[in-house]
Design a protein around this ligand. Structure first.
Ligand SMILES: [Zn+2]
Length: 406
């Protein structure tokens, strides 16, 4: 048995909600929570250098075991001494276990009690990803927080299928725990159970009996509706121990983050800020902006007047519009930097609101403002049909995670 790998302390709790402010001490420095972790699936955030990432305020980078085991592979990480040296990132790294990719990627795969056997999309060879193998790969990658291999499935699956996947996830979690080889790398378990409250309760009760360093809520944003997602998140977060970090996996529109923080979630990740940047969409303090729209061709104003990022301090909407229209890689790069900065600023403001003891009221005002901007609510509070391009962008957000795994 290993000592606690991830000292975590709560420094403030919001009096009107379950939101909490904390710090997590990783092998690569202190992390202020609640935290949004930037997705860097293949040991990179497309188009951005580690220096760019630090400038956005990123505290944790999220790598992916499935993609990294196929390329560059375990031997490379063992030779260079892990992902931090390999990509020159000196802050914390969390690695996803690969369970989600096994579930969502098309192609040859067989999942048995032993693990998942699948064909590589790179060299077409067969590979095995078992709980033990996933821990071995994550150990070689050298992430500060490792995730157990879990069985993912569509959250609309029937109850018997959802139960079977949950029970196998529990057995795999214990095998992952037994496969750890050091106490520098923390290990999180993943609560499953789809959108069935009784199963979520059972999953949380089982996993919290074991010495994991933190607990994730998995299996959401895969077919569920926003209301179901919020209900399950709130239920599951309340069942997790107060003294360990709670991580909501892969769920992350700004309203998702604001709501989940109300429920006491500490860690988040989502591909949305970078994914939408590559499609020409920016998150701004006055709602989403689709920069390729003709209206911005001559807009000699910053992307977001209220933003302090390098993109907003340096360039105009017209220039960004031009770059995107020409297919110039600088365009998505500048939008990515802005969107990530926007997310980090949201989290930093949330942390400050929790410290002031005003989070619930602050989050409510923020949620109402986003709703007004993105759903075209009138001054009378009556909703209009979503006609704008921004509104249309909002609708397809839920399935973005599936589209991104490649
Ligand atoms: Zn900006």
């Amino acid at each position: 048995m290993f000592a606690v790998s991830l000292p975590f302390s709560i420094t403030a709790v919001d009096p009107a909600s379950r939101a909490r402010r904390g710090t997590m001490l990783t092998a690569h420095g202190r992390v202020e929570t609640p935290v949004f972790m930037t997705v860097g699936t293949r040991a990179t955030v497309t188009g951005l250098t580690p220096e760019d990432l630090r400038a956005t305020g990123a505290q944790v980078l999220l790598g992916n075991t499935y993609h990294l085991m196929l390329r560059p592979g375990v031997e490379l990480f063992e030779r260079v001494g892990g992902i931090h040296k390999f990509m020159d990132w000196d802050r914390a790294v969390l690695t996803d276990s690969g369970g989600y990719q096994i579930f969502s990627l098309p192609g040859d795969r067989t999942i048995t009690e032993e693990g998942a056997r699948f064909r590589s999309y790179i060299d077409k060879r067969m590979h095995m990803l078992s709980p033990e193998q996933s821990i071995a790969v994550q150990t070689a990658i050298g992430s500060d927080i490792m995730m157990v291999l879990d069985v993912c499935l569509d959250s609309t699956s029937d109850e018997a299928t959802t139960r079977a996947a949950m029970e196998r996830t529990h057995r795999w979690a214990l095998r992952s725990l037994a496969a750890r080889t050091n106490d520098r790398q923390a290990l999180f378990a993943i609560v499953q159970g789809g959108i069935v409250p009784a199963l979520r309760k059972e999953s949380a009760a089982f996993l919290t009996e074991h010495p994991f360093d933190g607990f994730a809520i998995g299996g959401l944003a895969v077919g569920d509706k926003r209301g179901e997602r919020e209900e399950i998140t709130s239920l599951a977060a309340a069942l997790l121990p107060a003294d360990k970090p709670r991580y909501l996996m892969g769920v992350g529109t700004p309203p998702d983050l604001l709501q989940a923080m109300l429920a006491g979630v500490d860690l988040f990740d989502c591909i949305l800020p970078t994914h939408l940047a590559w499609q020409g969409t920016a998150f701004t303090s006055s709602g989403r902006v689709k920069i390729t729209r003709a209206a911005y061709a001559h807009a000699d104003v910053p992307l977001d007047e209220a933003c302090l990022c390098v993109t907003c301090r340096t360039f105009s909407r017209a220039y960004l519009h031009h770059l995107l229209k020409c297919g110039e890689p600088l365009g998505p790069r500048l939008l990515s930097m802005h969107n990530l900065h926007h997310y980090q600023a949201l989290m930093s403001d949330a942390r400050a609101a929790i410290e002031r003891g005003e989070y619930a009221a602050w989050a409510k005002a923020k949620l109402e403002a986003i709703d007004r901007h993105e759903h075209g609510a009138t001054r009378l509070g009556r909703r209009l049909a979503p006609l704008s391009e921004e509104a249309a962008d909002v609708v397809d957000v839920v399935d973005v995670r599936i589209g991104e795994v490649e």
